[in-house]
Ligand binder design. Structure first.
Ligand code: SAH
Length: 396
């Protein structure tokens, strides 16, 4: 079928990365664009010689088009239904949709060939986040497809894009249910229960990307005194409790996060006195705490570098934070340390942690190198999709 979308042609040679299925067209690659194209419009991309490459969503900015299809498929409801069905099939293959686990990422942008779209599932509720104007305009169709996916049991679709859409696009998105309404805020991850606050919480309400790493932490928690720094909803703390930690302290600078953590501990371990939570700044807490107070420390800070321009400061931040933990952790201690900054590479993060270790003179060995879980797949043609990095270190 011939394409019906306005055609944007590329400069000579600029089709090469697209021919390798990289899903972004940078504004500098554009040779000609017809008048009247608006943000969020579907456009067809052609090479300099007129050959059709595929189609995607246009937006103003350095990434001008996010490719949805490398062919001549029409981007309609059937298109979204097919992509969402494929995404669900993958999560089923991963065994994530089970009675004891109903929290998982269904769509991870480029990793699911749907650039600009993130969908997390919490039981019967899907939380949809648009990162591009095109996905904002497609939200109703996407919601309708979600509730019609066979056996997925998705009944409610909450749209949450007030902070993820480009501000300048003036879309004025409203966070609200597109379909259905509030049912329950309790989701289950590996048999543990969590309140998920998609209305007011960060991102979609819960960090599903740490699921596998939390399981690993459970494995290492037995008989250890655990410090969960940057705890947010207390995911690592709840797993540490199940793993048999003798003491678990959770710290976050946000009082709201501390309350969420307490709530989640109560939900799984009511009345258990092993846990305490503190609303404090991480650097201050680490600075003032007694050495040898903890045998296992988790450092899972927010992205220190949201953009490349902030890279140097971010690396310094990681180095300082990790050095503080190396200084204070007990002998034979285990450090779980993470970076979720996309702008920081695995090598750069490792170097920052290496410098931190060296500055304290501790003997440190890498036990595990961690990354994002399989429901956050990385499209091999879009290596930028790899963002979560972690190390589990043995500190003598
Ligand atoms: N580990 C969490 C996710 C952490 S998100 C999980 O598994 O779900 C990052 C958290 O760091 C946020 O809750 C934020 O409030 C907190 N934070 C940001 N800056 C901080 C600081 N300087 N000190 C302590 N906490 C901070």
């Amino acid at each position: 079928m011939a394409q019906k979308y306005p055609q944007i042609s590329l400069k000579r040679g600029k089709e090469e990365s697209l021919d390798r299925f990289h899903p972004w067209v940078f504004s500098g690659a554009i040779h000609h664009m017809p008048e009247g194209i608006e943000e969020g419009d579907l456009v067809t991309i052609t090479a300099h010689d007129g050959r059709i490459i595929g189609s995607g969503h246009f937006q103003i900015g350095s990434i001008a088009v996010r490719m949805l299809d490398f062919g001549d498929t029409v981007i309609d409801k059937d298109f979204y239904y097919t992509r969402l069905s494929q995404a669900l099939a993958l999560r089923r293959c991963l065994g994530l949709d089970r009675p004891d686990n109903n929290a998982y990422r269904l769509v991870h942008g480029e990793g699911d060939f749907l650039p600009g779209l993130v969908i997390d599932i919490y039981g019967s509720t899907a939380v949809v986040q648009a990162h591009s104007p095109g996905m904002h305009y497609a939200r109703q169709i996407i919601a309708e497809c979600l509730v019609s996916l066979p056996d997925a049991n998705i009944k409610n679709v909450y749209y949450k894009s007030e902070t993820t859409l480009p501000y300048k696009a003036r879309l004025d998105p409203v966070n609200d249910y597109i379909i259905g309404s509030y049912e329950t805020d309790i989701a289950v991850e590996n048999g543990l229960k969590f309140h998920v606050d998609w209305l007011k919480g960060q991102k979609t309400g819960f960090f599903v990307d740490q699921r596998d790493n939390r399981s690993l932490l459970q494995h290492y928690s037995n008989n250890r005194r655990v410090l969960n720094m940057f705890c947010y909803t207390g995911g690592f703390s709840v797993y540490a409790m199940r793993g048999g930690a003798v003491k678990v302290d959770s710290v976050d600078s946000s009082a709201k996060a501390v309350a969420l953590t307490r709530g989640n501990i109560d939900l799984n371990f009511p009345g258990d006195t092993r846990h305490s939570a503190y609303a404090e700044d991480a650097f201050k807490f680490l600075e003032t705490m007694e050495p040898d107070s903890y045998d296992l420390i988790v450092l899972d800070p927010p992205a220190f570098a949201k953009h490349r321009s902030a890279l140097r400061n971010a690396l310094r931040g990681y180095q300082r934070l990790n050095a503080m933990a190396f200084k204070k952790i007990a002998k034979g201690g285990i450090l779980f340390t993470f970076s979720c900054s996309q702008a920081v590479s695995k090598e750069q993060f490792r170097l920052a942690v290496f410098s931190a270790a060296a500055s304290t003179g501790r003997k440190v060995r890498i036990l595990h190198q961690l990354t994002q879980p399989a429901d956050h797949p990385v499209n091999i043609y879009h290596p930028e999709g790899e963002y979560l990095k972690g190390l589990i270190l043995y500190v003598e």
